[in-house]
Design a binder for this molecule. Structure first.
Ligand code: 8YV
Length: 329
C-alpha cells in the first residue's frame, strides 16, 4: 500500500508553473484567480490539509490554528510575515516560512520609483494632463523637489533598506543616513555609503524618508504627528513597508496643510481599503502594494514558498524557516 500524499491548499491563485510543481508532490486544492477567502472560509478549506501556501492577505492566528489541527506548515509568499502569529504557530507546532532575498532588488527598484514619482510629481501631473487641464506651460508647472544630491533617510536598514541606500548613494549621489534597531557593521555602512543617525535626526535631516522596517507590534504608528512635525516642509515620506507603521490621519493632515511636500504609499493600514483622506489630497502617490510585483520576482517568491512546502512535508527541513524550533525542538 502506498502512503497517501500530503494535502495542501494554495490559498490565493499562483502561476501555473508553481501549481504544477506542487502537484508533483501533493494533493493540491487551489484557489481560482479573483477568489479571496474569509477567515472562516480559509479554516474550512484547510480541513484535512497539512500545508498552506499563503500571502500577506491570509491570517494564520490562534483561531485558525485551533480550527485546523492537522496543519503543519504555512508558507508565506512574502518576506514580511505580520499575517502570522508566530508565537501561536510555534506553540501549535506549525512551521512558518517566508521569502527573503529573492525580492530585495526588485522591491528596492520600486522604492526608488515611488520616491522619484513622489518628488517629481509624476502622478499628480499625469492626472492634470489626462483631465485636459494643461493649457499653457509655465516655469513652475509641477515643479517638485530635488532627488540627486539630496539627503535620503532610510528607516529600517535590512536587505531592502541597504539596496535602496546603494541606489541613492551610487546612482544619485545622495547623502544617505539611516536608523535601525542595530547599527550596521562598518563594511556594510561603507558599501551603502550610509551614516547612522538617531530616529529624530533622521526625520529632521532627510529630504526623503523611506520606510522599510518590519511590521512588528511595536512598529505600529512609528511615524505619527510628532515624527511628521520634525520633517522639513520640502520633504517627502515613502512607505513600502506596511501601512500600520504610519498614522494615516496625521499624514493626511500634514499633506493637506503642506507641512511636508508629498508622500508615496504602496501600503495602507486597512488595505485593500484606503483611508478616504488619502484619496482626497493631491500630493500623494498611491499604489496597490506592488513593490515586489514583477513576473520574475513574484514567480521566484512563489517558487521559494513551494520549495519550503516540499522540503518540509517530504523531508522535514525548510529553506527559510521563521520558527526553526518547530523543526528541531
Ligand atoms: C508581497 C510584501 O507581495 O514580501 C512582502 O512582505 O509586502 C510583498 O512583497 C505581499 O505581501 C503579498 O504577500
Amino acid at each position: 500500500m502506498t502512503t497517501p500524499r500530503p494535502a495542501i491548499l494554495i490559498a490565493r491563485a499562483v502561476f501555473p508553473e508553481v501549481e504544477h510543481k506542487l502537484r508533483q508532490h501533493f494533493e493540491v486544492e487551489s484557489t481560482p484567480p479573483g477568489v479571496f477567502w474569509s477567515p472562516a472560509q480559509l479554516a474550512e478549506k484547510l480541513q484535512g490539509k497539512t500545508g498552506a501556501m499563503t500571502t500577506g492577505g491570509e491570517r494564520v492566528d490562534a483561531a485558525l490554528l485551533a480550527a485546523c489541527p492537522q496543519l503543519k506548515i504555512a508558507a508565506n509568499i512574502a518576506v514580511g510575515y505580520n499575517n502570522f502569529d508566530l508565537p501561536a504557530m510555534t506553540a501549535a507546532g506549525v512551521l512558518g516560512t517566508n521569502t527573503p532575498d529573492v525580492l530585495t532588488e526588485t522591491t528596492a527598484d520600486f522604492g526608488f520609483a515611488l520616491l522619484m514619482a513622489t518628488a517629481r510629481r509624476v502622478s499628480e501631473s499625469e492626472h492634470f494632463l489626462r483631465a485636459g487641464q494643461w493649457k499653457e506651460w509655465s516655469l513652475d508647472l509641477f515643479a517638485g523637489v530635488e532627488v540627486h544630491g539630496s539627503t535620503l533617510g532610510i528607516l529600517g536598514m535590512g536587505r531592502i533598506g541597504q539596496a535602496i541606500a546603494r541606489r541613492g548613494a551610487h546612482g544619485f549621489g545622495m547623502n544617505v543616513i539611516y536608523h535601525n534597531r542595530s547599527r550596521l557593521d562598518a563594511d556594510k555602512e561603507a558599501a551603502c555609503k550610509a551614516r547612522y543617525v538617531s530616529k529624530d535626526e533622521l526625520f529632521a535631516q532627510a529630504d526623503h524618508v523611506v520606510l522599510v522596517l518590519p511590521y512588528t507590534p511595536t512598529a505600529y504608528h512609528t511615524v505619527g504627528a510628532a515624527e511628521i512635525a520634525r520633517m522639513k516642509p520640502s520633504a517627502t515620506l515613502i512607505n513600502i513597508a506596511r501601512g500600520g507603521i504610519v498614522d494615516e490621519d496625521a499624514l493626511v493632515a500634514a499633506l493637506r496643510e503642506r507641512r511636508i511636500a508629498a508622500a508615496g504609499l504602496d501600503v495602507f493600514e486597512g488595505e485593500p481599503q484606503v483611508n478616504p483622506g488619502l484619496l482626497s489630497v493631491p500630493n500623494v502617490v498611491l499604489t496597490p502594494h506592488i513593490a515586489s510585483a514583477t513576473i520574475p520576482t513574484r514567480t521566484a517568491m512563489a517558487m521559494l514558498a513551494a520549495d519550503n512546502l516540499i522540503a518540509y512535508l517530504t523531508e522535514g527541513r525548510a529553506l527559510t524557516p521563521l520558527n526553526p524550533q518547530v523543526i528541531a525542538p
